[in-house]
Design a protein around this ligand. Structure first.
Ligand code: AKG
Length: 284
C-alpha cells in the first residue's frame, strides 16, 4: 500500500510574559521542526502571551497585520512548512477574539479560526474562568487543505463540542488540530479522553497542542500534547516540559478504520441529523 500522509510536529512551547521572546521561541522551534522533517508544525493556544483574561487586551494584535502574524508568515515561508499558529489574542475594532492562523509554505494565510466556544466554567475551589468577560466568540467552522489532507481547526474548549467536530469530519477532514491549554483540574480528567472520543467517534486523527507547564504562572497548563489515531489510541504524547512531538499522520489508517467499522454509512439520518448553519455575518 502506498503511504499517504504528513509528518507533523506539535510544539509544546514554554510561554512567558515577554511577547517578543515567545514569538522568537516559536520561530526557532518551527525551524527545528523542519530540520527534523516536519511538513506541518503546530503551536499551542495563546503562544505569544500568558493565558488569562487580564492579559488578552494588552497582548492583542490585528490578525493578519500584527507582528505575530508577520513573524509566523515569514517563518512558514523561510522553513517552507505549513504552520498552524496556535492562537493569539486578536483585536478587531472594539472586539477581542482568541484566534488561530494557518500559514502555507509561501507565507500565505491559509485559514483563520476564531474560538467558537468561549471557556466559561466554574468549579468551586478549583477553577473559575470567564473568557466571555473580555472575548467575543467566532461564528464559523474552519477547515483547510494541506499536503492532500483536509484539516479542521478548533481552539481548546471547542474540543468539548462534538457537533463541531462532526461537521468538520462531514466536510472531509482526516485530521483535527486543537491548540489548547487545559489546566490542572480539567487536564487530568478530560484532555486525553476528549481527544480519544473525537478520534474514535469520527475515525480520524486528532492533535492537541498545549503550552508547557509553568508552575509559577497564574494559569497552569496541563501540557501533555497528544496525537490520537483514528482507532482512538494515543499514537504519541508528551509530558509537561517544553518539548516537540514529531509523528506521521497516515491517511491509510483513516480509510482502514472507516471501512472496517463502517459507522459513517450506518448512521440513521432518517431519525437524527446534525445541521451546519453557515453564518454569513462574519466579514473580517
Ligand atoms: O475545557 C477545559 O477544561 C479547558 C478549556 C480551556 O482551557 C480553554 O478553552 O482555553
Amino acid at each position: 500500500m502506498i503511504k499517504r500522509g504528513l509528518k507533523i510536529a506539535l510544539v509544546q512551547l514554554s510561554v512567558g510574559p515577554d511577547k517578543a521572546k515567545n514569538v522568537e521561541a516559536a520561530v526557532r522551534e518551527i525551524h527545528k521542526a523542519k530540520e527534523m522533517g516536519a511538513q506541518l508544525v503546530a503551536l499551542p493556544e495563546c503562544f505569544n502571551a500568558p493565558y488569562g483574561t487580564k492579559y488578552f487586551s494588552e497582548y492583542a494584535e490585528e490578525v493578519p497585520g500584527g507582528g505575530t502574524s508577520a513573524a509566523l508568515s515569514a517563518a512558514a515561508a523561510a522553513a517552507r512548512v505549513c504552520v498552524v499558529g496556535g492562537s493569539l489574542p486578536e483585536r478587531c475594532g472594539p472586539r477581542l477574539y482568541n484566534t488561530c492562523t494557518v500559514w502555507g509554505p509561501a507565507g500565505e494565510l491559509l485559514a483563520k479560526h476564531r474560538k467558537v466556544h468561549l471557556f466559561d466554567i466554574d468549579i468551586p475551589d478549583k477553577i473559575t474562568f470567564r473568557e466571555s468577560d473580555v472575548l467575543s466568540p467566532g461564528d464559523q467552522i474552519t477547515t483547510f487543505e494541506y499536503g492532500g489532507i483536509k484539516i479542521g481547526l478548533g481552539i481548546c474548549y471547542d474540543l468539548r463540542f462534538p457537533e463541531m467536530a462532526q461537521i468538520m469530519a462531514d466536510q472531509g477532514c482526516s485530521l483535527l488540530v486543537y491548540p489548547g491549554a487545559f489546566n490542572m483540574t480539567t487536564g487530568p480528567r478530560h484532555w486525553e479522553v476528549l481527544a480519544r472520543a473525537r478520534a474514535s467517534d469520527l475515525q480520524l486523527w486528532v492533535a492537541l497542542v498545549s503550552p508547557a507547564r509553568a508552575a509559577a504562572a497564574d494559569y497552569v497548563a496541563w501540557g501533555h500534547s497528544l496525537l490520537v489515531d483514528p482507532w482512538g489510541q494515543p499514537a504519541a504524547t508528551l509530558g509537561h516540559e517544553p518539548d516537540t512531538l514529531l509523528a506521521d499522520i497516515d491517511l491509510n489508517t483513516v480509510e482502514e478504520v472507516r471501512s472496517q467499522i463502517p459507522v459513517r454509512r450506518q448512521k440513521r439520518n432518517d431519525i437524527y441529523e446534525i445541521v451546519h448553519k453557515t453564518n454569513k455575518c462574519q466579514t473580517d
